[in-house]
Design a protein around this ligand. Structure first.
Ligand code: TYM
Length: 333
C-alpha cells in the first residue's frame, strides 16, 4: 500500500480553501491508504506566532481535522513532537541549492518587497516540507494546487540526495491535486487564492464562521453582471463565477458541468442563496464537532501524543539510515 503524507499549518483558522483543497480529500483517502497527517507547527514559526496562543492554535487545528473526520485509521500528530522532521530538514538544507529555492513563487509572494527581513526559515521552508514527506518514504501527497512547485522541489531533493550518496533511498512522490476546488479563490478578488492570512476576513470563509456570517460573505462575494453560463467553457475569463461554481461542485461531489446543468442561466442572486445554504449545511456540523473536541483539550493532546509515537516509530529508522548514508558517526543503540 502506498503511504500518504500531508500537512497543514496552525497559523490561523482553517478556511474553506483548506477544507476543499485538502481536508475533504484526506478524509476520503483514509479508506484506501496508509495515511499520516501532520499539524506543521515547525512550518508555522517561519512567520511570527504568539507563544501565548500558539499551542492552542495547534490544538485547534487538530480539533478541526478530527471534527472533519480524520479518525483512528490515520496517524495524526504535531510536527515538533517528532524530531525526525528537523533532523532530515537539516540534511536537505545541505542538499538543496540556493538557486532552486530562489525560484519558489510562494517565497517570492510571502516575502514581497521585504526579502531582507523575513526569517531564514521562510526561505528554507520547502526543504522542511520535503523532509516531512521523505522521512516516511511517503509517495502520495494530497494538497491544493498552490503546493505543486514545493512537491517538484521535494522530488529534485530526493534525486540529488540519492545521487550524492549513491543509493536509491528516497522514492519520487506524486502530488494528488484533486477535485474542482484545488484552488479556491478569494471572495473579493478572483485572481487571488483564498488564504487564512489575507488581511480581509471578507475574502474567506472560516470553518468557524456561523451561518449568518457565511451567508453574508457569500452574498457580498464579488461577481460579474452576466448570468451563469449553461456550459463550463463559458466560465473561462470569469474567475469569480468559476470559483463559486467550483466550490458548489466540490461540496456536492459534482463537477462544473453538473452544477451548470442545474444552475446555468440563473443570475447570481439565487445561485448565491443556494450556495450559502449548501456551505452552511456542510460546515455547521464540523464547527459543532470542533467545539466538542475543544471542550476536552486533554483528549486532543492524547490523540496527538499517540500519533507522534506512531509517526516516530516509522520516521526514526528512515532518518537514521539517511544519516548513515551521509556518513555521520552513529553509535549502536
Ligand atoms: P497550508 O497550511 O497553507 O494549507 C494546507 C492545505 O490546504 C491547501 N490550500 C488550499 N487548497 C485550495 N484552495 C485554497 N485557497 C487553499 N489554501 C490552502 C494547501 O494546498 C494545503 O494542501 N506547506 C503546506 C503544509 C505542509 C505540507 C507538508 C503539505 C508542510 N509540510 C508536506 C504536504 C506535505 C502549507 O503551508 O499548507
Amino acid at each position: 500500500m502506498q503511504r500518504i503524507f500531508s500537512g497543514i499549518q496552525p497559523s490561523g483558522v482553517p478556511t474553506l480553501g483548506n477544507y476543499l483543497g485538502a481536508i475533504v480529500n484526506w478524509v476520503a483517502l483514509q479508506d484506501q491508504h496508509d495515511c499520516i497527517f501532520c499539524v506543521v507547527d515547525l512550518h508555522a514559526i517561519t512567520a511570527w506566532q504568539d507563544p501565548a496562543t500558539f499551542a492552542d492554535a495547534t490544538r485547534g487545528m487538530a480539533a478541526t481535522l478530527l471534527a472533519a473526520g480524520i479518525d483512528d485509521r490515520s496517524i495524526l500528530f504535531n510536527q515538533s513532537a517528532v524530531h525526525a522532521h528537523a533532523r532530515l530538514a537539516w540534511v536537505f538544507n545541505c542538499v538543496a541549492r540556493m538557486g532552486w529555492l530562489n525560484r519558489m513563487t510562494q517565497f517570492k509572494d510571502k516575502a514581497g518587497k521585504d526579502r531582507e527581513n523575513v526569517s531564514v526559515g521562510l526561505f528554507a521552508y520547502p526543504n522542511l516540507m520535503a523532509a516531512d514527506i521523505h522521512a516516511y518514504h511517503a509517495t502520495l501527497v494530497p494538497v491544493g494546487d498552490d503546493q505543486r512547485q514545493h512537491l517538484e522541489l521535494a522530488n529534485d531533493i530526493a534525486q540529488k540526495f540519492n545521487h550524492d550518496f549513491g543509493r536509491e533511498f528516497f522514492p519520487q512522490i506524486e502530488p494528488m491535486i484533486l477535485g474542482p476546488a484545488a484552488r479556491v479563490m478569494s471572495l473579493r478578488d478572483g485572481s487571488k487564492k483564498m488564504s487564512k492570512s489575507d488581511p480581509s476576513d471578507q475574502s474567506r470563509i472560516n470553518l468557524t464562521d456561523d451561518a449568518d456570517t457565511i451567508a453574508l460573505k457569500i452574498r457580498r462575494a464579488k461577481t460579474d453582471p452576466e448570468p451563469l453560463p449553461e456550459d463550463p467553457r463559458g466560465l473561462e475569463n470569469r474567475p469569480e463565477a468559476r470559483n463559486l461554481v467550483g466550490i458548489y461542485a466540490a461540496l456536492t461531489g459534482s463537477d462544473y458541468a453538473g452544477v451548470l446543468r442545474d444552475h446555468g442561466g440563473k443570475g447570481f442572486g439565487p445561485f448565491k442563496e443556494a450556495l450559502a445554504a449548501l456551505v452552511v449545511e456542510k460546515l455547521a456540523p464540523i464547527a459543532a464537532e470542533t467545539r466538542r473536541w475543544l471542550a476536552d483539550p486533554d483528549a486532543i493532546d492524547r490523540r496527538l501524543a499517540e500519533g507522534a509515537a506512531k509517526a516516530a516509530a516509522i520516521a526514526d529508522p528512515i532518518v537514521d539510515e539517511a544519516e548513515r548514508l551521509v556518513g555521520f558517526l552513529k553509535f549502536r543503540r
